[in-house]
Design a protein around this ligand. Structure first.
Ligand SMILES: *Cc1c(COP(=O)(O)O)cnc(C)c1O
Length: 638
């Protein structure tokens, strides 16, 4: 190492810059002096866990990769941060009301996670939001303390409505939010039948829209929410029944990952006015629920790019509080309790998916052999092109190489070139690409079309995970998550690669990566060394990914574990073994025992006919039965 902490011209600092870890990872993730990613689950303490070492130690406990590691301390910290940000804003602006957040369960319904949120949220009387009947059942069981807080959203049938209304007699505050006008009638019917005066909210369809991929969650044609005339209708109906005291909350939701603060400010202005009007019409009110949308800076660029955000949590809280305060002061209306439903911002950071690279596919580019007199002239020309490549003619050479390959292929099609010669032509083409790529490094300005060379020459790392199970949003909406190796960060990553998952689907490929400037088509990785694991992490996937994951190619849930800081280091709990193959099959109505019988019959028949030996039969049956009981993913040593 030299004086700058550099080893062979590379340093940990360079890795940190390359992978933007400070931008997206602070204060939870950073690189330690051993060149590995470390986790600081509780940033108020100066304690770190080496992610590579942790993965190895969990491996010794039989937790194979891919492995989802959850850090409850991070979840706790996010909840603290959100609540403290609102408290700061309330204090600084002298806001005459309080804040009570809820966690939308749909973001991650895992029992241990929901329980953790209830536990960590207790000091702030943090609540839960349900978006469906099953989620309502979860929230009612999870909020067992007195003074709990539950917001009921989503489609409601009579059973949902009656359940929620009866639960309003618990020691909890349970608000049923009318999301469609039809639900008003349901509420009246349930209330009459049960003799319970309901506690209601209305979801407004704002004309202010969010931004980005989920912008359509708001606006005139949004799926949920009441138009202004519907809201007026609700108020009139309530008044007729002398039930204006039943309407307590106004809700809106701008959509998820609102990357710019401007739509938030606009929405606050509009919602503030609606709130005031409702109060003036005599509704009880008291709560203004600003929904979700608080973004996560997945690429660390702090911009309004879809994978980022141009504001921080504190600014968000300031703008929400200021917006409501301004409207209420002007109208001399009592300040409501502010409710927010941030899911992504709370849950994204708490888990890391660790997986290993199983193999590498890269283009082979040994120097080509010189053609002889007997070879076809196209090989000769190709060879000359290759020899002549220099920094000043890269663009021209790229055109020549493409043309020569095309010509060779067409000569082959018409029978003028044999398969061995075509193979040499293809080899020459790749050699040209490699030489062009090397030369490009020495030119200042690289023409745009030559980026294709870099992309083509990029390697593919085959990785032990399923995109469809662990990061479905990458497939569904080109979502960007930070990916990086979790070790060897003191070494220069010399390979550029895309990541292929285990599914046989060509969409099962990660080929968009975060960058401050523009989205990259490949990731910088280290060459894989034989017999050494190469471990990669996918970060910030704790919101939505787990629950949206599917069984494509029957890759099931991954192993998962909670790692919590303790005085003496850390503790491991809630070990959840990922799906075994037989579990996944049963889910699809297969009967694994019967499957074993069916293949055994066929094997016995082959044995009787002398087509199979007894040891062969034994090997087959052992594999078949063991595989059924085993993890759906691959063993790294296979
Ligand atoms: C999805 C959803 C949320 C959570 O949004 P985030 O962007 O994850 O904070 C909140 N409220 C409602 C009504 C939702 O549908």
């Amino acid at each position: 190492m030299d004086g700058n902490g550099e080893l062979n011209g590379w340093s940990i600092k360079k890795s940190a810059d390359l992978y933007q870890i400070q931008g997206w990872g602070e204060p939870y993730f950073r690189i330690n002096e051993r060149g590995r990613v470390e986790v600081r689950p509780d940033p108020t303490q100066d304690r770190a866990i080496d992610l590579y070492e942790l993965t190895m130690q969990l491996g010794e406990r039989g937790l194979d990769l891919p492995l989802l590691i959850r850090f409850p301390n991070i979840l706790q910290d996010r909840i603290r941060l959100l609540n403290e940000s609102f408290q700061n804003a309330i204090r600084e602006y002298g806001y005459d009301g309080t804040y009570r957040g809820v966690f939308p369960v749909k973001v991650n319904q895992q029992r241990h996670l929901v329980e953790e949120i209830v536990e960590s949220g207790r000091p702030w009387r943090f609540g839960l939001e349900a978006g469906s009947k099953p989620e309502l059942l979860i929230t009612l069981a999870a909020m067992e303390d007195e003074n709990g807080f539950i917001i009921c959203n989503g489609y409601k049938d009579l059973a949902y409505m009656e359940t929620a209304l009866v639960a309003q007699r618990f020691d909890n505050m349970v608000v049923v939010v009318l999301e469609r006008i039809e639900e008003l009638d349901l509420a009246f019917r349930a209330s009459e039948k049960l003799g319970i005066r309901p506690c209601l909210g209305v979801r407004a369809k704002l004309s202010s829209k969010g931004i980005g991929q989920w912008a359509d969650s708001a606006g005139d044609r949004a799926k949920f929410g009441l138009t202004m005339s519907e809201i007026v209708h609700v108020v009139d109906e309530l008044q007729q029944r002398d039930m204006l005291d039943c309407l307590k909350l106004l809700h809106f939701h701008l959509g998820s990952q609102v990357s710019s603060i401007i739509p938030v400010k606009n929405a606050m202005r509009e919602a503030g006015q609606i709130y005031i009007e409702l109060v003036k019409m005599g509704c009880e009110m008291g709560y203004l629920d600003v929904g979700g949308g608080l973004a996560v800076d997945y690429d660390g660029s702090k911009t309004d790019f879809r994978g980022s955000m141009n504001y921080d949590l504190q600014e968000y809280a300031y703008d929400v509080v200021a917006g409501i305060q301004e409207a209420c002061e002007k109208a001399h209306v009592k300040s409501p309790t502010i409710v927010s439903e941030s899911g992504r911002s709370i849950a994204a950071y708490q888990s890391v998916l660790i997986f290993d690279a199983l193999g590498v596919d890269h283009v082979d580019f040994e120097d080509p052999q010189e053609p002889t007199k007997n070879d076809h002239r196209i090989l000769d020309e190709f060879y000359e092109t290759w020899k002549g490549i220099q920094p000043k003619n890269v663009q021209e050479s790229w055109h020549d190489a493409q043309q020569a390959l095309e010509e060779a292929r067409s000569l082959f099609k018409f029978g003028y070139l044999g398969i061995r010669e075509l193979a040499r032509a293809e080899h020459l083409f790749w050699s040209c690409c490699e030489k062009i790529r090397q030369s490009m490094r020495r030119v200042k300005y690289v023409p745009e079309e030559l980026n294709a060379v870099e992309d083509m020459m990029g390697a593919i790392y085959y990785c032990n995970f399923s995109l469809f199970q662990s990061a479905p949003d990458i497939w569904a909406m080109d979502h960007l998550f930070p990916f990086m190796p979790i070790h060897r960060l003191d070494e220069e990553p010399t390979v550029r690669a895309r990541l292929a998952d285990l599914t046989c689907d060509s969409d099962g490929m990660v080929d968009h990566f975060i960058d401050v400037e523009e989205v990259q088509r490949s990731l910088h990785l280290h060459p894989v060394t034989p017999d050494q694991p190469y471990l990669l992490g996918m970060f910030l996937g704790g919101a939505y990914q787990e629950i949206l994951g599917d069984l494509h190619n029957l890759f099931g849930d991954t192993n998962a574990v909670h790692v919590r800081l303790e005085d003496s280091g850390y503790s491991v709990s809630n070990v959840i073994k990922g799906d075994a193959i037989d579990e996944v099959l049963r889910y699809l109505q297969y009967d694994p025992e019967e499957m074993v019988e069916r293949v055994r019959k066929q094997a016995e028949r082959a044995l009787n006919k002398g087509r199979m030996t007894l040891p062969q039969l034994r090997t087959f049956m052992d594999h078949y039965e063991n595989s059924l009981r085993g993890y759906t993913y691959l063993k790294g040593d296979a």
